[in-house]
Design a protein around this ligand. Structure first.
Ligand SMILES: *[C@@H]1O[C@H](CO)[C@@H](O)[C@H](O)[C@H]1NC(C)=O
Ligand SMILES: *[C@@H]1O[C@H](CO)[C@@H](O)[C@H](O)[C@H]1NC(C)=O
Ligand SMILES: *[C@@H]1O[C@H](CO)[C@@H](O)[C@H](O)[C@H]1NC(C)=O
Ligand SMILES: *[C@@H]1O[C@H](CO)[C@@H](O)[C@H](O)[C@H]1NC(C)=O
Ligand SMILES: *[C@@H]1O[C@H](CO)[C@@H](O)[C@H](O)[C@H]1NC(C)=O
Ligand SMILES: *[C@@H]1O[C@H](CO)[C@@H](O)[C@H](O)[C@H]1NC(C)=O
Ligand SMILES: *[C@@H]1O[C@H](CO)[C@@H](O)[C@H](O)[C@H]1NC(C)=O
Ligand SMILES: *[C@@H]1O[C@H](CO)[C@@H](O)[C@H](O)[C@H]1NC(C)=O
Length: 588
């Protein structure tokens, strides 16, 4: 089995080098990017498969998950992973002695089933966090699957004081098997609708990325520029040109009762795993000379291990990628920084949330009423005194919003091709949560199209600031899980990072920011987190730095820092009335 082999080979490699196996997160991805370069250069040029085909292959490897035994129809629920029987143990320091800032803390997690028997295979989806509630400090851990029912979680120790470990079982490996199957067997469990109208005659038909019907039965709305596919059943009386709106249709829940038992909140979904011993550790000041860059990327063999992108301390996000954090203490300072700028926000509701936030936090920024829907947009806001423009536009199908006029149904890639760009332009892209129900190929193609447009934008206007918001963990119910589980999100998140790797774009690591924070996971992170959701990390430090420097000189301040600060501000006002209002607005 290809997945197994891949997993095993990476496993051995990492394990031999560092006695820690395949990470479920970014180290994995970076390792494969090395492989991709090898593949490309070793191919004979005359029969080279298309770049996209090779990349597709590589990207699918990025999302490889340990294969788990198939789930027979009569599988016993009691044999599946039970977080309450499972435990984790904080491992003693390898060199002995006290823990100090700068050390790496290791935790061994052992999974058991409901009978209290140890699990023998991997594939469980675990998340880990190290935190100090009294210090409002937290950092995301990295989970390593040993493929035998045990896992390691690794954390950098970044602050002094009492720290504790939290390990969460998001889904059992058996649940992951079901989620995988669903995307293979029922990619259309979320379906869409279009309204067709001509005069007084209206018809509604079902639409999707792919419809198994003859050409005569279909309207083909494939986008000629990007090649993105979209189909609707042809209306009986009206022509395909009479399509006026796009909307989410609904969700067909088609899962066996015993499978549904794998998705029980508080029982086997998003449940903390108890520690076997006391999980508190006392961290002492750093030993020896300070080394502030220790937790930036560092090489282990030929694998670059990516450390968390940042951590919380006293409730404030501290990036670990060298981004300076500037405190903007007044809205005037903020408006000053954005003076003369155009911010273009593209994506799903997690990006619309930023629009709402900007609107609520810049006093001179006023919404210009385009008579569009609050949910689907497009939205426009203007700050005349400071000449600031903020726009929001949702991404194209499969957007799960209500009634978007097809005239406003546009692909992000095509929109980017209509932006001049330049030092006064900031583009923010967040496209992830509406792709979870489809096989990954579909999302990969979408990201490739957006990337091509970003490359075109940056080559005609290199000083454009392009910011990409990553996915984030969220609250899970059965419905949310089957349509948008964190397991789908983490797959998409790995793809997103891989696709934009090496480009001069800035990632806002929503994943780490939500995971490290003490607030519950939420699709639309609560205000304290949105404020932080702007920690850019430059993929290519050298080029990024000079461009960034140029930008700072031009602006007199750094828009990245500003965006960073703005998101952080939201963190602190989470419990204020205004904050809650914004959040309600942002919820669709
Ligand atoms: C993907 O993984 C398979 C199996 O390990 C391997 O044969 C293939 O070369 C990989 N493809 C890329 C592009 O890395
Ligand atoms: C499921 O059915 C197979 C074949 O009938 C049987 O061998 C197996 O023990 C059953 N498993 C459970 C958990 O009942
Ligand atoms: C699990 O096992 C217990 C006894 O160990 C039994 O009472 C319970 O019904 C079983 N649950 C399921 C869903 O099979
Ligand atoms: C699982 O694998 C890890 C890493 O190879 C090893 O340290 C551990 O002892 C194994 N656990 C069991 C129960 O086999
Ligand atoms: C498409 O529909 C035909 C006829 O209904 C069916 O035989 C075929 O298996 C379907 N193909 C897919 C990929 O679902
Ligand atoms: C849909 O239209 C595109 C673009 O014209 C074309 O390439 C594709 O083959 C069509 N697909 C079907 C199923 O008709
Ligand atoms: C563990 O840490 C928590 C929070 O920092 C603290 O309240 C508690 O007293 C600690 N317990 C021990 C035994 O140190
Ligand atoms: C903002 O306030 C903080 C704390 O009050 C202060 O340390 C910082 O220097 C101020 N920043 C600016 C730009 O005024």
């Amino acid at each position: 089995n290809i997945r197994q082999a891949l997993f095993a080979s990476v496993f051995c490699h990492v394990f031999c080098v560092h006695t820690q196996a395949l990470t479920m997160s970014r180290a994995n991805m970076q390792f494969h990017s090395l492989t991709l370069d090898g593949v490309k250069s070793s191919l004979p040029t005359h029969q080279q498969p298309s770049k996209e085909a090779v990349e597709l292959d590589f990207l699918k490897n990025v999302t490889a998950w340990p294969s788990t035994p198939p789930l027979p129809l009569n599988f016993s629920w009691n044999d599946t992973s039970d977080p309450r029987h499972s435990t984790f143990t904080v491992l003693p320091k390898r060199a002995g002695g006290q823990w100090h800032v700068g050390d790496e803390l290791g935790v061994l997690i052992k999974m058991y089933n409901f009978h209290g028997k140890p699990k023998k295979y991997g594939g469980d989806f675990l998340l880990a966090r190290l935190h100090s509630p009294s210090l409002l400090a937290g950092v995301a851990g990295k989970v390593v699957d040993h493929l035998n029912g045990s896992y390691s979680a690794l954390f950098p120790l970044l602050w002094e004081g009492n720290v504790q470990v939290q390990v969460i079982l998001v889904h059992s490996s058996e649940a992951v098997t079901v989620l995988q199957q669903l995307n293979r067997m029922q990619p259309h469990r979320i379906y869409f609708q279009s309204l067709f109208r001509s005069g007084s005659l209206t018809e509604t038909t079902t639409c999707n990325v792919y419809i198994n019907a003859t050409q005569q039965q279909l309207c083909n709305y494939t986008d000629l520029h990007t090649g993105e596919q979209w189909f609707c059943y042809k209306p009986k009386k009206l022509s395909c040109d009479a399509r006026v709106t796009h909307a989410t249709g609904g969700f067909r829940k088609n899962i066996k009762p015993q499978e549904e038992m794998l998705f029980q909140s508080g029982i086997n979904m998003k449940v903390s795993i108890p520690p076997s011993t006391h999980p508190n550790i006392s961290v002492h000041p750093r030993e020896g000379k300070t080394c502030p860059s220790l937790y930036q990327t560092r090489g282990i063999g030929d694998i670059v291990r990516t450390e968390p992108s940042g951590y919380y301390y006293h409730g404030a996000w501290r990036p670990l990628d060298g981004t300076k954090v500037h405190q903007f203490n007044s809205s005037t300072a903020v408006s000053q920084c954005l003076r003369g700028k155009g911010l273009h926000l593209f994506g799903d509701s997690t990006i619309r949330q930023w629009f709402e936030y900007f609107l609520a936090s810049f006093p001179d920024l006023k919404k210009f009423d385009l008579h569009s829907s609050k949910q689907g947009g497009p939205l426009l806001a203007l700050d005349y005194p400071n000449n600031i423009l903020v726009t929001y536009r949702c991404h194209g199908p499969p957007i799960r919003f209500a009634n978007i006029p097809v005239t406003q149904l546009r692909y992000v890639a095509n929109e980017l091709d209509h932006i001049d760009g330049g030092p006064n332009t900031v583009v923010v892209i967040g496209v992830w949560s509406h792709f979870s129900t489809f096989p990954v190929d579909f999302y990969i193609r979408r990201l490739q199209n957006i990337r091509k447009a970003v490359v075109r934008l940056l080559s005609r206007a290199p000083r454009t600031l392009v910011v990409i918001r990553t996915a984030n963990p969220k609250a899970l119910t059965v419905y949310e899980t089957l349509t948008n589980s964190d397991w789908y999100s983490i797959q998409g998140d790995k793809l997103l990072r891989a696709v934009f790797k090496g480009l001069n774009v800035h990632l806002v690591d929503a994943w780490d920011m939500v995971l490290a924070h003490q607030l519950p996971h939420n699709l639309h992170p609560q205000l304290p987190i949105i404020r932080v959701l702007h920690v850019p990390s430059t993929n290519r430090p050298n080029q990024g730095k000079s461009l960034k420097q140029a930008r700072i000189e031009e602006l007199g301040c750094d828009v990245e820092e500003l965006l960073h600060f703005r998101t952080e501000y939201l963190l602190r006002c989470s419990r204020t009335k205004a904050g809650l209002e914004i959040q309600h607005k942002a919820l669709r």
